[in-house]
Design a protein around this ligand. Structure first.
Ligand code: 13P
Length: 273
């Protein structure tokens, strides 16, 4: 389909009204899989259409599918089967913050989710654990589900400081918003050394950290820990997704490069349990 025909598409997708996940403290082991595509600063309007068309033909009712394209493409998504999310939001509600995008703006163009604390933003934009916690609070105030990213650089893993590092990233948020509101988040474990490098964590490595994250939450609230969707991100491909998603504490993926190919992204979605 020619790219120009996109212009005739509706300007705004459906009103977003997906409820934030309820605060739940009872234990429910039936976690729904979630696969999210993080396009980063890639893609175009044609890719929006290609992804929508590709996924429309598939049976994906058993999982949540989310696409996080660059801001300018958000309102070009029209499918009710795909939720959309921002890749970032401002910690402020509104005001003189040139270049920033607020949670309310994301909500207004149909977002249900927003990625917060991605390692690329932590590195490129100096986002600290404290700022990430502020952004999570802001997203919740604007009724967006934060996809909170945590993950260690290689030197931290090699120094044997992996678990302290992840715990500190989590605790900054838990202490800021309180454990009960953690029920409204999705967590993504993204080892920095596996992002965009082609080096994927093995199923065993992913499971070890996912289990740690769940146990860390369980120290404060077992029900919230059990219900938390914990995604793995870092060089997930259609060829390795099944092994990763088969791990008991891996509830889906946050997909970078492979989400730019509709067929590959579909293959990853189909691999979700
Ligand atoms: P890749 O899948 O390209 O490694 O990126 C992962 C990621 O950063 C998703 O947020």
């Amino acid at each position: 389909m020619p790219a120009g025909s996109i212009i005739s598409r509706p300007l705004f997708r459906r009103e977003t009204n997906a409820p934030l996940r309820a605060k739940e403290t009872e234990v429910n082991t039936m976690r729904r899989p979630l696969v999210a595509g993080n396009w980063k600063m890639n893609g175009d309007l044609q890719l929006v259409m290609q992804v929508e068309e590709c996924l429309a033909e598939a049976e994906l009712g058993h999982l949540d599918v989310v696409i996080c394209p660059p801001f300018p493409y958000l309102s070009s998504f029209t499918s009710d089967d795909i939720a959309i999310g921002g890749q970032n939001l401002s910690q402020y509600e509104s005001g003189a913050h040139t270049g920033e995008v607020s949670g309310k703006m994301l909500k207004a163009v149909g977002c249900d989710y927003v990625i917060i604390g991605h390692s690329e933003r932590r590195a490129d934009n100096f986002e600290t654990n404290a700022l990430v916690a502020d952004k999570v609070e802001r997203a919740l105030a604007d009724e967006l589900t934060p996809l909170l990213c945590v993950g260690e650089p290689l030197e931290i893993r090699e120094a044997g400081e992996l678990f302290e590092f992840i715990a500190a990233q989590l605790d900054a948020v838990i202490e800021h918003i309180g454990i009960q509101d953690m029920a409204k988040l999705v967590i993504a474990y993204e080892p920095v050394w596996a992002i965009g490098t082609g080096k994927t964590a093995t199923g065993e490595q992913a499971q070890e950290v996912h289990k740690f994250i769940r146990e860390h939450l369980a120290k404060r609230d077992a029900g919230i820990a059990e219900n938390m969707q914990i995604l793995y991100g870092g060089s997930v491909k259609a060829s390795n997704a099944a092994e990763l998603f088969a791990q008991p504490d891996v509830d889906g993926g946050l997909i970078g490069g492979a989400s730019l190919s509709p067929q590959d992204f579909l293959g990853i979605c189909q691999a979700a349990k």
